[in-house]
Design a protein around this ligand. Structure first.
Ligand code: NDP
Length: 342
């Protein structure tokens, strides 16, 4: 079994040299009493939050309540889809397609009590069950509808809008009847958002001289909802442009993950006088909305109202570069790695 591990803790921006491809023996049959399940990984998810688990003890401690630190040299757990090759657990049998907490490698051994569910692909490619129909989709859906509580016609701003979560927030918001502007880090991404995904407008934040005045140009009547994927200066500028009773869903702060020094913060005077609600959330808190999200999104995918956006690398050895690409803005849509054919 070949798998990816970190060599040591990673405290800044990740580099290829932080990772190594390791090999460990794996038995592809199990004693019936073991209760374990061996899964051949097919697609594994690549997510920005993993960087917070890779930090050295002192810096990762503040995240420890939500994500257990990654140990150098050991397998790294992640969401993924795979096929059961051996099972000592009566709930699963060889050949089952499953989704759950697997690892950045070719095989995963799922211990009793580990997160694993049988998967019905519903006629969609298995990759959809790692992105648009899995946690990225749930994050966008729950974050937008449950945290932002939109009203038709409201003005929505989304950062990292061409990313996995961001593009879906924009698509749900458009379907719901909001006015949506996204920002992303290249002209190609901006064109894609406007021409292919139906955003009302979009801009390249890397070319904006001043974020506050840039947002003022795109939202002359102010922002009602900001779906924040990046934190930092963009969060400060968005709050500056928000309307009374505005809502900010703090989904992620990727601009701060590799840089611990906080350089910008929203004005609390704005928050008070404009009665702005700023709320962080975790998709995992909204598993009770999963069935609702899943049915709605399957319907939208079938009608073509939601376009799945995927960015798939191939082979276990491509995991480090796939992960690093997130922090360099090189991905468009859900980043994942295809490990093997079904
Ligand atoms: P994305 O697919 O959006 O990939 C990350 C993107 O972030 C990049 O493509 C890049 O796009 C942008 N980016 C990278 N570095 C910076 C930076 N320094 N400043 C601004 N933008 C940057 O990832 P996901 O959709 O998986 O995740 C988006 C956010 O949501 C992350 O912050 C993540 O941690 C968070 N998240 C939170 C969850 C929750 O439960 N709360 C669940 C899932 C994700 P660009 O071209 O725009 O620069």
């Amino acid at each position: 079994n070949r798998y990816i591990a970190i060599k040591t803790h990673v405290d800044g921006a990740p580099e290829e040299s932080d990772f190594e491809l390791k090999t460990s023996p794996i038995a592809l049959s199990l004693a019936p009493a073991s209760n374990e399940v061996i899964v051949k990984n097919l697609y594994v998810s690549i997510d920005p939050y993993q960087i917070n688990r890779m930090k050295s003890y002192s810096s990762s401690q503040k995240n420890s309540e939500f994500a257990v630190g990654i140990v150098p040299g050991e397998a790294i757990d992640t969401y993924g889809v795979g096929k059961v090759v051996a099972s000592g657990n009566p709930e699963f049998e060889k050949g089952d397609i499953v989704g759950g907490l697997v690892s950045w490698g070719e095989y995963s051994v799922i211990k009793p009590g580990g997160m694993l569910n049988k998967l019905n692909p519903m006629g969609f490619p298995l990759s959809y069950h790692v992105g648009v129909l899995a946690f990225s989709g749930l994050t966008a859906y729950a974050g937008f509808f449950e945290i932002c509580k939109p009203k038709k016609g409201e003005k929505v701003f989304v950062s990292a809008a061409s990313g996995s979560v961001g593009n879906l927030v924009g698509q749900y918001a458009k379907l719901f009847g909001c006015y949506v502007v996204g920002c992303a880090g290249s002209q190609d991404k901006v064109a894609f958002l406007k021409e292919k995904l139906g955003f009302d407008d979009a801009f390249n934040y890397k070319e904006a001289k001043d974020l506050k005045s840039t947002l003022k140009r795109y939202f002359p009547d102010g922002i009602d909802i900001y779906f924040d994927n990046v934190g930092g200066e963009m969060q400060e500028a968005a709050v500056d442009n928000m309307n009374i009773n505005g809502r900010v869903a703090v989904c992620g702060v990727i601009s701060e993950y590799t840089d611990d020094e906080k350089r910008a913060a929203p004005s609390m005077m704005d928050v008070i006088y404009k009665r702005i609600k700023i709320q962080g959330f975790l998709a995992g808190d909204y598993l009770n909305k999963f069935a609702d999200f899943f049915t709605t999104t399957c319907d939208h995918l079938r009608t073509g109202d939601i376009k799945p956006l995927e960015d798939i690398s191939e082979g276990v050895e491509s995991i480090p570069s796939a992960f690093i690409s997130l922090f360099r803005g090189q991905n468009v849509g859900k980043k994942m790695v295809k490990i093997a054919e079904e």
